[in-house]
Design a binder for this molecule. Structure first.
Ligand SMILES: [Zn+2]
Ligand SMILES: [Zn+2]
Ligand SMILES: [Zn+2]
Length: 335
């Protein structure tokens, strides 16, 4: 059974899953299935980026043979949230439910167990972002895929991204896209471009590059939260070209590297918010958000929906900003 259920009263959704789906089990495992050399512990990789004679080649595993010396692997998730054969049950409110149809992949970001998103090279970051684009494009071509969600948990057992497709726009994307549509309709200005312009050079700016701005949001929902936005209006992450991708990789690596050093490796989740590629879907100005797992005032939030943050985004930006500029200088070799 895997189904999407909606709350009795609000728009909040919950996927009710099934533990029996997927591969491997944590109790049995004494070795990491994502590490180089343990490829046989996972299903065949459907996409592999391979270092071959100085250039990168795209390939995939076969059923009985696993490719070695890979740089990035894309495999079906060990614990999928959605299924290509979900419950075929539709229910009306107040017990609303629909099948949780979808695909769930994991992009193994590095063959090495000790690397994290904050330590892998800028070049590897660029490869990862290209593989994410590749997989998103492929998934948007599938039937029953309305939204492709991409996220990574910093402190998971081996650095990797999750790519989960959903049969409908998730509530957060729906909300951001609705705000975009409404403001754009009324003022002919993208509200997110407006935010980029307000935050550029302001007290919450962390890093500014040719194409991207990193800033701490005005009303954060987690401690030391920050967002990465393209400075020019762009609706989809799939529209990012190679030159911008290189810039993004450098910015990403600089700020995540600095984050670890500044805030003692607080676990974070990196999420992509991008427009759906399905024609009828509402658009938004794509961006990454980085949320820590420290959501202060959690009980206040449960009771009221309000967040409480004892450290202001301006304080976070000032600390993380100087560390990120130092990290960037080291990465480009001018320190
Ligand atoms: Zn590992
Ligand atoms: Zn915009
Ligand atoms: Zn967002």
């Amino acid at each position: 059974m895997v189904e999407i259920r909606k709350d009795y009263f609000t728009e909040s959704l919950c996927i009710v899953g099934d533990e029996s789906i997927g591969w491997g089990s944590e109790q049995e495992e004494t070795v990491c299935p994502y590490c180089a050399g343990n490829e046989h512990l996972t299903p065949p990789a459907e996409l592999i980026l391979l270092q071959s004679q100085g250039s990168l080649v795209k390939t995939c595993d076969s059923e009985d043979e696993r490719i070695k010396n890979w740089s990035i692997r894309v495999i079906p998730s060990r614990k999928p949230f959605v299924s290509t054969s979900p419950t075929q049950r539709y229910n009306d409110a107040p017990l609303y439910s629909e099948p949780a149809f979808g695909y769930h992949y994991e992009i193994v970001a590095t063959p090495s167990h000790s690397e994290t998103l904050s330590t892998i090279s800028v070049e590897q970051w660029s490869n990862i972002l290209r593989v994410i684009q590749d997989r998103m494009k492929w998934l948007y071509g599938k039937k029953g895929v309305t939204y492709v969600s991409v996220y990574a948990e910093h402190k998971c057992e081996h650095a990797r991204f999750n790519v989960v497709t959903l049969p409908k726009l998730p509530p957060i994307i729906e909300q951001e896209a609705t705000t975009f549509q409404k403001t754009y309709h009324e003022t002919a200005v993208c509200p997110m471009c407006n935010v980029v312009s307000i935050e550029t050079g302001g007290p919450r700016q962390i890093l500014l590059s040719e194409h991207y701005i990193v800033f701490s949001p005005w009303a954060p929902s987690t401690l030391h939260e920050f967002w990465i936005f393209p400075r020019k209006h762009q609706t989809s992450f799939l529209k990012v070209g190679q030159k911008e991708l290189n810039d993004l990789s450098l910015v990403m690596r600089a700020v995540l590297g600095a984050f670890d050093k500044t805030f003692n490796s607080i676990p974070y989740t990196l999420v992509l918010h991008s427009s759906s590629e399905k024609k009828v879907s509402k658009q938004l100005h794509w961006h990454f958000e980085v949320h820590t797992n420290i959501s202060l005032g959690n009980s206040l939030h449960v009771g009221t929906g309000l967040y409480f943050n004892s450290i202001s985004p301006e304080q976070t930006a000032s600390k993380l900003g100087s560390a990120a500029r130092r990290e960037l200088a080291t990465l480009v070799g001018v320190a």
